[in-house]
Ligand binder design. Sequence first.
Ligand SMILES: Nc1ncnc2c1ncn2[C@@H]1O[C@H](COP(=O)(O)OP(=O)(O)OP(=O)(O)O)[C@@H](O)[C@H]1O
Ligand SMILES: [Mg+2]
Length: 219
Amino acid sequence: MTTTTGTLSATDVHKSYRRGREQVHALRGVSVEVRPGEVVALLGRSGSGKTTLLNCLLGWEQPDAGSVHVPGAARPDAAGWATVAVVPQRFGLLDELTLADNVAMAARLAGAAEPGPAALAALAALRLEHLAGRMPDEVSLGEQQRTAIARALVVRPAFLIADEPTGRLDEELSTHVLTTLREVYAAAGTGVLLASHDPVVVANADRVVRLSDGQVIEG
Ligand SMILES: Nc1ncnc2c1ncn2[C@@H]1O[C@H](COP(=O)(O)OP(=O)(O)OP(=O)(O)O)[C@@H](O)[C@H]1O
Ligand SMILES: [Mg+2]
């Protein structure tokens, strides 16, 4: 695969885990790329390797072989939040901060001039303004998930990596969230990679990449 400078990419990535004497081949030569401004859906059954691939792109895990390229960063784990924002499968909100402060902190780290108002606007875009002062454990899982999306939305990053970002949302909210992401990110030229099982995600993607048993399959 030829890698253009502005493209987030994984090339021929292999990753195995050892569980006792058993070796699990989570990724077996996966290549994927996300160009600026495009929305790519990463599909595959549970255990097919989606989260492992995202973790390699984020630099949270090191591939055994193959390479990852993040535009503007020397290494994937050196990319700042404004380069690659993430919505983790388990959200990763800080329990000690209100929803508004969770989102504002991301805005502050990305250098926003007015993180507070930006955070409230991002929460409002995801229909959470009435919960801004609550702590994460005082809201539902779907509300926590939308807060994690607001935290990525507030930044207008070069790329977004999101792991099953609609897993806790109903169909109407999923559609609203994806439409909002598309609107905001299209203007910013953000490239988006969404791991999902959700038909709403597929319907909103420019392109679909399917993983099966650690490999990309056609069709
Ligand atoms: N830390 C780990 N140690 C051992 N095996 C692991 C580890 N993480 C993942 N695996 C295994 O690697 C394979 C791929 O896991 P991964 O989490 O990437 O799947 P996934 O496609 O994200 O699944 P899901 O849709 O359930 O989130 C699975 O067989 C899983 O059990
Ligand atoms: Mg997963």
